[in-house]
Design a protein around this ligand. Structure first.
Ligand code: FAD
Length: 535
């Protein structure tokens, strides 16, 4: 089966949906998403969206905070572009029906909160359910739009490119590697379909699932990075993985984040004995940047042998806690932790991928007609460490930029004839009766990465991880060609590729900077390493 449209957008998070709404003004848009349309990291974002909206704040301050966080690797032109477009993006969301929380004293104003690394209150939020509100509203607008078709349970496998056609004996006129769409697995039927498009956009989010402990939902398996990399797209800065310092530690709580704003509103980190420890690590104490807080907790846990530390907000008024953090309050209470009375057990967990498919400021990759937006892209905004709440705004600004760049091409092309493309070939693959191989390798990739390529690395640990991942990749390769593909197998193949890319990038960078911390090179080395790691 073959489907044709002007745009093929892979992913239904904030990046994919906001681009789709814009793109629908100039052409037909197909969105494919591998599970339910709401299954996206966007839906889990609690803290909010950073933007300069307070007269006491300024673009220059937001720019300075972002650059300070990025530890020498931010692209200043990109930072300026994101920050200065921020307020318009917030107004656009409001016009689409997003209900942000308003200030209790001045009801006409948006409520602005503060998070680690921000010198001013500038985080717009909807209580502690910002992402859910944004996702709800974007989906509602997409569903009303006649030019957009959304396919749930459709998973992108690989891109359709010039080289792929040539390999299969189809001649093309393109001299530069060009993308014409993607092969998509219909999860419900098992059929692989061909989706052709003038513009293909990867908006598949992050890769937190490559680690054993993560705040990310199950969809975050780094598919976009792996798919792009296999097609020849450049990948950058994969060593910069952000670990969120405070994920709820409880056997019944899978991936539940305790928002940074809890510390922004006065929450203090303490050990089992009630001792506040952040003052020993940084002058900003609990409001230090995420990487510093995560490493401090890691050091405390290694020293004490404890399983978790605690985040205490119980000194703030009960009503304030309940109205400011209703979701966290409810979730913890469901696990018998009343956060108005006692501290919350927390551990660090993989949270955000600063690296990804390398793009320019128009979101173009090095493959013609292939764009990347949102967490999957490495745009130059975050550098070596993302500033809290800068990712949702990045996705919105870059969706606008991708639209402006690609719309010209869509209009110029008029009636477009797609070149002949090869159909998906299942070869002699059969159904597997041993899915244990897939689940075992899933676990092994994730624990290897957690143990050896986590918050603190060493050269030795990187070598060990490399060896193990290579072995797993060989097994996956054998398995891949023998058996009919499933979502689990595709995700495993992508996870292993992302693990390989993280290990390779981390091994290349012989210094410590931002989120990358190697005990064998503990110092930052601006002379040799003030540049991106590109694979
Ligand atoms: C718990 C949590 C809290 C956060 N809090 C904040 C915050 O307060 N502020 C902030 O700025 N950022 C926050 N972030 C980060 C932010 O939410 C993400 O960076 C952002 O939502 C990413 O948006 P996206 O559109 O790029 O990807 P996502 O929202 O993750 O969407 C990716 C989409 O791609 C689909 N997909 C993936 N692979 C495939 C495939 N192979 N085929 C088809 N579809 C595919 C997925 O199903 C999904 O629909 C948080 C993240 C988490 C996990």
């Amino acid at each position: 089966m073959e489907t044709k449209s002007d745009y093929l957008i892979i992913g239904s998070g904030i990046a994919g949906l906001s681009l789709a709404l814009k793109a629908s003004q100039v052409g037909t848009v197909t969105i494919v998403t591998k599970k339910d349309k709401m299954d996206a990291s966007t839906n889990f974002a609690q803290g909010g969206i950073a933007s300069v909206l307070d007269p006491k704040d300024s673009f220059d301050l937001h720019i300075a905070d972002t650059i300070e966080s990025g530890a020498g690797l931010c692209n200043e032109e990109v930072v300026r572009m994101v920050v200065t477009n921020g307020p318009d993006m917030i107004r656009e969301l409001i016009s689409l029906g997003v209900n942000f929380s308003h200030n209790k004293k001045h009801a006409e104003k948006l409520d602005l909160t503060r998070e680690g690394g921000h010198s001013r209150r500038r985080i717009v939020h909807t209580e502690d359910l910002t992402g859910q509100e944004v996702e709800r509203s974007l989906i509602q607008n997409v569903e009303r739009n006649k030019n957009i078709t959304i396919y749930e349970n459709h998973m992108a496998i690989d891109l359709i490119t010039t080289s792929k056609s040539i390999k299969r004996g189809i001649s093309t006129n393109e001299t530069h590697e060009t993308c014409w769409g993607a092969y998509i697995l219909d999860i419900n039927t098992g059929q692989v379909k061909t989706f052709l498009a003038k513009v293909t956009v990867i908006a598949t989010g992050g890769a937190g699932k490559v680690y054993l402990y993560t705040t990310n939902p199950d969809i975050a398996t780094g598919d976009g990075v792996a798919i792009g990399y296999r097609a020849g797209a450049n990948v950058a800065n994969m060593e910069f993985v952000q670990f969120h310092p405070t994920c709820l530690y409880h056997p019944m709580a899978k991936n539940f984040l305790i928002s940074e704003s809890v510390r922004g509103e006065g929450g203090r980190l303490i050990d089992k004995r009630g001792n506040h420890f952040m003052e020993r690590y940084h002058p900003l104490k609990d409001l230090a940047l995420r990487d510093i807080v995560a490493r401090s907790i890691d050091a405390e846990l290694k020293k004490s042998g404890d399983k978790c530390v605690y985040l205490d907000i119980s000194h703030r008024p009960k009503d304030f806690i309940k109205t400011r953090f209703p979701n966290i309050y409810k979730r913890c209470l469901g696990l018998s932790i009343d956060i108005t009375q006692k501290p919350i057990p927390v551990v660090p967990a993989a949270h955000y991928m600063c690296g990804g498919l390398l793009t320019d400021k128009h979101c173009r990759t090095n493959i013609t007609n292939l764009y990347a937006i949102g967490e999957v892209a490495c745009t130059g905004l975050h550098g070596a460490n993302r500033l809290a709440s800068n990712s949702l705004i990045e996705a919105l600004v870059f969706a606008k930029s991708a639209f402006e760049d690609s719309a010209k091409m869509i209009s110029d092309r008029g009636v477009y004839k797609f070149p002949p493309v090869p159909m998906w070939d299942t070869g002699s693959a059969t159904d597997s009766d041993e899915s244990v191989v897939v689940s075992h390798n899933w676990d092994e990739v994730r624990s290897t990465m957690w143990s050896y390529v986590g918050i603190v690395m060493t050269n030795k640990r990187l070598v060990r991880a490399k060896r193990r991942i290579e072995l797993i990749q060989q097994e996956i390769k054998d398995y891949y060609w023998d058996f009919i593909i499933t979502r689990d197998l595709l995700e495993l193949r992508n996870l292993a590729t992302v693990a390989e890319l993280i290990i390779t990038s981390a091994t290349m960078r012989k210094e410590s900077r931002g989120l990358h911390y190697n005990l064998d090179y503990p110092e930052r080395d601006d002379k040799n390493w003030r540049h991106d790691t590109v694979i």
